[in-house]
Design a protein around this ligand. Structure first.
Ligand code: PEP
Ligand code: MN
Length: 356
């Protein structure tokens, strides 16, 4: 269902930077110790390129027994480190109690995690707890690719009187993990931007990729789309991080990444650059799916070998081809194109199974 564009006036002043540079939010996945908070705040503030220092105080972990954050004690570390360095502390909040203790520690910048955005009860309670407070709230996309949950959460904060609201794109969860920990589905944040043209949009390439090697290309894609900022996980010693160690980088690596980014092209090129970024993203998904398919093909190959059956089973191939022609044509693809694609895929599958 198409969501109507909404005429909302957001306060964008937290995301105004010189020369159209993106606003940078950086810091560790989790606050772990006072030193691990203080050291990067010092390093990051010296560069003058980072506006917000992020750190998770309470961590929503999928599995019990994982590191769940150090809790309230970190509020003091963050407040102190940021007072000393001039950075703005920003933390995740997931319930009214966390809002209360964070405000008491002088912290007024928050993000709503992907696992919270999915739950209208939590979002309503948090937005009521923030009513009347001059707070900044970044709403991360829900963990599942449902734009109406994202819009619903933004609307709840807006209805509570908040105007300093922004959206954070952190990708969407899938059953089979491919190249990305949470594939970006760029079309969803683009649709959010159509609904709220004024809403600041931040990209979190750390949680999209789950892997530090992909941070640069994802950040560049976000800039190509005209995002207002980047949220990137930075840790003084990524390998020792107690959560998300694969995706964190050092402050120095952050600067190298930022140095390599090209700022947005002039307006007339934006559409083309944006569409090409979408093509890149779709092709990456295609590659992930092809690699998953070949994995299953190999498993079948091993079974065929054990059962001593032939690799090529022409009846099955005929069924596959007819099925793909039927479904592909329904999706508007030409018969020749579908046939050629699947013949190539099938040939590669047969070759792989013969080598099992
Ligand atoms: C985080 O930012 O550390 C975090 C837990 O994010 P998300 O809600 O996007 O998983
Ligand atoms: Mn994290």
């Amino acid at each position: 269902m198409l969501i109507q564009g909404k005429n909302r006036s957001f306060d964008r002043s937290d995301f105004k930077t010189r020369d159209g540079l993106p606003t940078i939010i950086a810091g560790p996945c989790s606050a772990e110790s006072e030193g691990q908070v203080l050291e990067p705040t010092r390093a990051l503030s010296e560069s003058g390129r980072v506006s917000f220092f992020r750190a998770g105080v309470w961590k929503p972990r999928t599995q019990p027994g994982s590191f769940e954050g150090v809790g309230e004690i970190a509020l003091e570390w963050l407040a102190r480190a940021c007072r000393e360095t001039g950075l703005n502390p920003i933390i995740e909040i997931a319930n009214p109690y966390q809002v209360e203790v964070a405000l008491a520690a002088g912290i007024t910048h928050f993000w709503i995690g992907a696992r919270t955005t999915v739950n209208p009860f939590y979002v309503q309670e948090i937005s009521e707890a923030l009513s009347g407070v001059n707070a900044l709230v970044l709403v991360k996309n829900p963990i599942n690719p449902d734009i109406s949950l994202w819009v619903g959460a933004i609307e709840r904060f807006y209805d509570s009187g908040l105007r300093r609201i922004a959206a954070v794109h952190r990708g969407f969860s899938v059953y089979e993990r491919g190249i990305y920990r949470n594939p970006p589905h760029w079309e969803i944040p683009i649709e959010l931007k159509r609904i709220y043209p004024e809403l600041p949009l931040i990209c979190d390439p750390s949680h999209i990729s789950g892997n530090r090697d992909l941070l640069g290309p994802l950040s560049q894609s976000a800039l190509n789309f005209g995002y207002d900022g980047l949220m990137i996980e930075v840790h003084p010693e990524p390998a020792l991080a107690l959560s998300d160690s694969q995706q964190q980088i050092t402050p120095l690596e952050l600067y190298t990444l930022l140095d390599r980014l090209e700022l947005r092209k002039p307006a007339q090129d934006d559409l083309l650059v944006g569409l090409r970024t979408q093509i890149d993203s779709i092709d990456h998904q295609l590659l992930s799916l092809l690699s998953q398919r070949m994995g299953v093909v190999r498993e079948i190959g091993v079974k065929k070998k054990k059962q001593n059956t032939t690799v090529l089973q022409i009846q099955r191939w005929e069924q596959v081809l007819q099925d793909r022609l039927f479904h592909g044509q329904k999706l508007g693809l030409s018969e020749d194109f579908i046939k050629e694609c699947f013949e190539t895929i099938h040939t590669e599958s047969i070759k792989t199974q013969s080598e099992c």
